[in-house]
Ligand binder design. Structure first.
Ligand SMILES: Cc1cc2nc3c(=O)[nH]c(=O)nc-3n(C[C@H](O)[C@H](O)[C@H](O)COP(=O)(O)OP(=O)(O)OC[C@H]3O[C@@H](n4cnc5c(N)ncnc54)[C@H](O)[C@@H]3O)c2cc1C
Length: 428
């Protein structure tokens, strides 16, 4: 039986970026990617809002995103593949109290030379017809909303066509000689003794054992290293062999509202923030409902990342909940943006975040010839290139990964044993 140098389970954005960077670092390695679906990026990558922002409170996240966004720019500008980068910017709205707690984040951003602009409430009303004084309204008080005091605008932020980024990594990986098999589901991780005694029931606990590949619905695949990049499904495989990656699956939903009414059209085409001449991606203060300008579709995408009492429950095909829009998102958004009054959502979908509830950051570790890469906590797309490079460095046994632009990153900082990250507070 052929033994691959590496088998990567999962052809989502993380698995593909990892496989591609492994081939870049070790062109001679024989690398196989498998996925249970019939094509690439059909897991939670496809469900995403595909936004990116160079705005996080943790230095780690800032580095992962900033270098990935630079890699996206390179793909678009130097490699000539139009991945539809749109610099809409992020407009994050804050109440007075929230803004006070944000000051250290802004200081650290300024130190990292990351640009942002502060907008006063009056300017926001003027530019966006935003209702900043919601709390005069009794319903707003019942919903415990908050008046908007300021907005932070982050210009180095926007959207990308994530299907095209997936296509980029898949094709480049294949050009380097990488192999992919779809409709191939890993059912079990294969564990073997390092030195086989050829006796039944091996390996025994007194033997040294290692991960030797995966058992799939299409047969066994042997590999020197097995890389699990299976997103929210990773623990299904890992738990079988007593390994745990800190992540829980949590449902996230997106609702599209067409900008057909005149006021919504005007809102979508708001000028003055960005070169796209559109409303920026906007996050409300409380609850942090977000609104994406979906320019290609002349629509808005709305979402909210709810927590208690939302279940942590793995679902292959999570369903959106219409009432989540009707009695939740719609009620909140139309208080801040009355332009949405009467607006229905005509299409909606749901996916899942692989949420690291401890510090909200990705996790990468290796043990017994198994590598795990995941726990992207709702921002895996915007960090994919950096995570792929760190996973590839872990694969070749380098202590430091070379991120796009030459920035170094200690691989162990995202590991489990000597993890060194600051908890992320700006998760939406
Ligand atoms: C509603 C929503 C909005 C989001 N918005 C954003 C955003 O704006 N920006 C951003 O950066 N991120 C966003 N995210 C998060 C982002 O989508 C994820 O972080 C990212 O896609 C994770 O990629 P992945 O490759 O780890 O997982 P996935 O894309 O889920 O890939 C895992 C792959 O593994 C395969 N697989 C699983 N188990 C097996 C098995 N046993 N055998 C074979 N194959 C297997 C699956 O089929 C799948 O293709 C959003 C997520 C959701 C749900």
């Amino acid at each position: 039986m052929v033994e691959y140098d590496a088998v990567v389970v999962g052809a989502g954005i993380i698995g593909l970026a990892t496989a591609y960077h492994i081939k870049k670092l070790r062109p001679q390695s024989r690398v196989l990617v498998i996925d249970k679906m019939n094509t690439a990026g059909q897991g939670n990558t496809a469900k995403s809002a595909a936004m990116f922002r160079c705005f996080f409170n943790s230095q780690t996240n800032l580095t992962l995103v900033d270098t990935t966004v630079e890699a996206f720019k390179h793909i678009q500008n130097q490699q000539g593949l139009d991945i539809k980068l749109r610099w809409t910017g992020y407009l994050w709205l804050f109440s007075k109290e929230q803004f006070r707690t944000l000051e250290p984040v802004l200081k650290s951003m300024a130190e990292s030379n990351l640009e942002y602009n502060v907008y006063e409430a009056e300017e926001l009303t003027k530019q966006l017809n935003l209702n900043t004084q919601v709390m005069v309204d009794e319903e707003a008080r019942v919903m415990r909303l908050a008046d908007v005091d300021k907005g932070i605008f982050i210009p180095k932020a926007g959207s990308v066509d994530i299907d095209l980024v997936v296509q980029f990594y898949e094709e480049e990986f294949k050009k380097l000689g990488g192999e992919i098999r779809y409709n191939t589901k890993a059912e079990k991780i294969l564990v073997e003794p390092k030195e086989a005694l050829e006796i039944p029931y091996e390996p025994f606990f007194w033997q040294e054992s290692r991960v030797a590949g995966v058992k799939t619905n299409q047969g066994t695949i042997k590999a020197k290293k097995t890389i699990v990049a299976a997103g929210v499904w990773a623990n299904t495989l890992l738990h079988q062999i007593g390994i745990y990656a800190p992540m829980v699956p949590i449902k996230r939903q997106l609702f599209s509202v067409k900008a057909t009414a005149t006021k919504l059209k005007q809102l979508l085409k708001t000028k003055g923030f960005n070169s796209e001449n559109c409303m920026p991606f906007t996050i409300l203060p409380k609850p942090a409902v977000y609104i994406k300008p979906a320019l290609e579709e002349k629509a808005f995408w709305l979402s909210y990342g709810d927590h208690f009492p939302r279940a942590f429950k793995l679902e292959d095909d999570p369903q959106p909940e219409e009432n989540f829009y009707r009695y939740g998102i719609y009620q909140v958004v139309s208080k801040y943006f009355p332009q949405f009054l009467g607006a229905h959502s005509d299409s909606y979908w749901a996916g899942q975040y692989a949420l690291n509830t401890i510090d909200g950051q990705p996790v990468l570790f290796a043990e017994n010839d198994l590598l795990v890469v995941g726990s992207c906590s709702g921002s895996g797309n915007m960090k994919c290139d950096a995570i792929g490079r760190i996973a590839a460095a872990l694969y070749v046994g380098e202590k430091q990964a070379n991120l796009y632009g030459g920035k170094k990153f200690m691989v162990s900082n995202l590991g489990m044993t000597s993890r060194k990250v600051e908890p992320e507070k700006l998760i939406i």
